[in-house]
Write a protein that binds this ligand. Sequence first.
Ligand code: ADP
Ligand code: MG
Ligand code: ZN
Length: 250
Amino acid sequence: MVARYNPAVRRSVETPCEWCDGTGWVVETKEGRQVCRSCQCQAARRVELLLLEAAIPERFRHCTLEGFKLWNPNDPTLAQAKRRTQEFVDAWPLVHKGLLFMGRCGTGKTHLAVAALSELIRRHRIRGYYVNFSELVVQLQMSMDGSGPSRGEILEPVLSAQLLVLDELGAARPTAWVMDTLYYVLNSRYMHKRVTLCTTNYTDLANRELGEESLADRLSVPVRSRLYEMCEEVRLYGEDYREHMARRRR
Ligand SMILES: Nc1ncnc2c1ncn2[C@@H]1O[C@H](COP(=O)(O)OP(=O)(O)O)[C@@H](O)[C@H]1O
Ligand SMILES: [Mg+2]
Ligand SMILES: [Zn+2]
């Protein structure tokens, strides 16, 4: 698993806990006898490690559900998507389907998917993993010529995570071999009842006269149909939040 630099973990290593002095254990006197118990800092540290292992990119570490603003009163999909994500988090572990966030660039799809992932790590200490589809495609293609980690090493966290965020599905155009691997990943997660949150800029309705492509065009029909079974669609039809913020600043 790719371990990325996380200032929170670094801090917790560099500044020993005031209760246990970094040992993880505290000695207490109970009914005249000395007993040893795990220090409260250990639970917090475990959450930090799980967040680190989830490989959430720096850019999205700030994403929370509370932080998702219903900034556009003309866009009902913002509130619907936020509510659906909150329901997903609240229902864990009794969730049978993941979510497929669909919408244009900048509408908050990655924000919501990452918010759900980090909230579930904090609440339930799940093993989660974030991966960007294009990065996964490049890594897999590199593994073919032996210039990086092996296919097995790349896929281990993707297959085994209790909750996977597969970001920007369809953004890269993979080779047939990578497409087969993607089908294998989704199918394997489906068979083992592991839940996946996906995001994509593509929809099922493409205007071919305008040269548009559908999600199935980008990912193949078998992958699209697996996604139907694995994920419930959550649509974000609104505008680009970054554009909105830039306009406001101006
Ligand atoms: N409704 C929102 N409230 C707060 N921040 C938002 C909202 N929508 C998007 N953002 C922020 O705008 C940036 C782009 O959103 P992102 O989730 O990456 O969009 P998408 O994945 O749909 O392209 C991110 O930094 C995200 O945190
Ligand atoms: Mg995104
Ligand atoms: Zn401690």
